[in-house]
Design a binder for this molecule. Structure first.
Ligand code: GLU
Length: 395
C-alpha cells in the first residue's frame, strides 16, 4: 500500500534540536566518541526535595486522571510563583498546566491563530515556534537581528514588521538560542509600539527566567496595558532540571485559558499526576534553592567564552542567561576543509560533527543563518575537550 501521509506532516520540518540530539546518540551507539552540545538540557539531576515529593505522591496513590487544566493546588501554587517572581496577579482559573511548555505554546497557537494570520518571530527564535505557527496555517514573519545588536530587535523593526494581518508575536527572554535578555526599558519600548496595534497578542516565553547571570528578567504582562493581551508561558524543565517530567504552564486572560483547556481536553487531557504533585513543591520553592545550578552555568559560560575567544573566526557576544553560546561563524563561509566547501551554518555544524565529533545545532534552525548554537549544559571536562577538538579542526 502506498504511504499517504497528510500534507500537514509532509510539510512539517523535523525539530533540529531533537534531530541533532538523536544523531549524536546514534553515532555514540555506533562507538563514535561524540560530545553532544546540541540539546538544551541541564546535566544536573532533579533536586532531591522534588524527587521526594514525587515518591510521596506515588505512595499516596495519585494515579487517576487529573483535571484537564491541572490540580487546583498546583494552579494556586503557580499563582503564588507568578506573584513572587514576576509581580503578576493571576487567579487559578487563568492557569493551565500542560505537558511541557512546548504543549502550552502549541495550545495557544491553536486557539488564537487562523489560517493566513501572521506571527512575528524576533530572530533568533526557538526552532519549534515557526513549526507550531505553520501547523496552524499561519504565516511566520521573521524580524532579523544579529550579534551586533546583541541579538535584540528594535521598536522600529517591530513597527515595520506589523501588518493588518499580524495576530501574535512570540517573545522569548532570556532567549534560546542567543542567551540575550531584554531589559525592562527595552520591553517598554516594544510595548509602546504594540499599544498602537491592539489586535496583536503577545506570547511571552519565560522558561529560562531563573537562569540569568545578574540581569533580572522582566515579564511582558507586568506592563500595565499589556496584561490583557499577554500569555505568560513558563515551566519547570530548565531551572529545576526536570526536562523529562514535562511540566509547562501558562498565565493568561481567562477566556484564553479556557480555550486552551478545551483544546487540551481533546488532545492529551491533564498532565501526568505524579509530575504535577512534584511540581507543587518545585514552584513553591524559593529560586535560591536551585541557584547552585545557575552559578555553575555561569562558571561554564565564562570558561567557554574564554576558550572560544581564542579561536580565530568565532565572533561572540556575552549571553546574559540560558545556557547557550551562539557564535557568528560566517567568517568560515567559503573556506574549504578536506576538499569540502563550507557554504553555510549547516555545513559548519556538520563539519564539527564529522571532523571534531562535536554535535551543535545550526543557526538556520533558529532563523540566524550566520550562527551555530552550542549548549554549555555539559561538564567542564566535556566542554574543554569539545572546544579543544573544534580548535584543532579549525586551525
Ligand atoms: N528546548 C530545548 C532546546 O532548544 C530542548 C529541545 C527542544 O524541545 O527543542 O534544545
Amino acid at each position: 500500500m502506498s504511504q499517504q501521509l497528510s500534507d500537514r506532516i509532509n510539510s512539517l520540518p523535523v525539530s533540529q534540536t531533537l534531530a541533532m540530539a538523536a544523531k549524536a546518540r546514534e553515532l555514540k551507539a555506533e562507538g563514535r566518541d561524540i560530545i553532544s552540545l546540541s540539546l538544551g538540557e541541564p546535566d544536573f539531576n532533579t533536586p532531591d526535595f522534588i524527587k521526594d515529593a514525587a515518591i510521596e505522591a506515588i505512595n499516596q496513590d495519585y494515579n487517576s486522571y487529573t483535571p484537564v487544566d491541572g490540580y487546583v493546588e498546583l494552579k494556586e501554587a503557580i499563582c503564588k510563583k507568578f506573584k513572587r517572581d514576576n509581580n503578576l496577579t493571576y487567579a487559578a482559573n487563568q492557569i493551565v498546566v500542560s505537558t511541557g511548555a512546548k504543549q502550552s505554546i502549541a495550545n495557544i497557537a491553536q486557539v488564537l491563530l487562523n489560517p493566513g494570520d501572521e506571527v512575528l518571530l524576533p530572530a533568533p527564535y526557538w526552532v519549534s515556534y515557526s513549526a507550531i505557527a505553520t501547523l496552524c496555517e499561519a504565516k511566520f514573519v521573521e524580524i532579523p537581528s544579529s550579534i551586533d545588536s546583541d541579538f535584540k530587535i528594535t521598536p522600529e523593526q517591530l513597527e515595520a514588521a506589523i501588518t493588518p494581518k499580524t495576530k501574535m508575536i512570540f517573545f522569548n527572554s532570556p532567549n534560546n538560542p542567543s542567551g540575550s535578555i531584554y531589559s525592562e526599558k527595552e520591553y517598554r519600548a516594544l510595548a509602546k509600539v504594540l499599544e498602537n496595534h491592539p489586535q496583536i497578542y503577545i506570547l511571552s516565553d519565560e522558561i529560562y527566567e531563573h537562569i540569568n547571570y545578574g540581569t533580572k528578567p522582566f515579564s511582558f504582562a507586568a506592563i500595565e496595558n499589556m496584561y490583557d493581551r499577554t500569555i505568560t508561558v513558563n515551566g519547570l524543565a530548565k531551572a529545576f532540571a526536570m526536562t523529562g517530567w514535562r511540566i509547562g504552564f501558562i498565565g493568561a486572560p481567562q477566556w484564553i485559558a479556557k480555550a486552551c483547556t478545551k483544546m487540551q481536553g481533546q488532545i492529551t487531557s491533564g498532565t501526568n499526576c505524579i509530575a504535577q504533585r512534584a511540581a507543587i513543591t518545585a514552584v513553591l520553592a524559593e529560586p535560591s534553592k536551585v541557584q547552585y545550578m545557575v552559578d555553575e552555568f555561569k562558571t561554564r559560560r565564562d570558561m567557554v567564552l574564554n576558550l572560544l575567544g581564542e579561536i580565530e573566526g568565532f565572533k561572540l557576544n556575552v549571553p546574559e542567561g540560558a545556557f547557550y553560546i551562539f557564535p557568528d561563524i560566517s567568517a568560515f563561509f567559503g573556506k574549504t576543509f578536506k576538499g569540502k566547501q563550507i557554504n553555510n551554518a549547516n555545513d559548519f555544524s556538520m563539519l564539527l560533527l564529522e571532523e571534531a565529533n562535536v554535535a551543535s545545532v545550526t543557526g538556520e534552525a533558529f532563523g540566524a543563518p550566520n550562527c551555530i548554537r552550542l549548549s554549555y549544559a555539559a561538564s567542564e571536562l566535556q566542554l574543554r575537550e569539545a572546544i579543544k577538538r573544534i580548535k584543532e579542526v579549525l586551525s
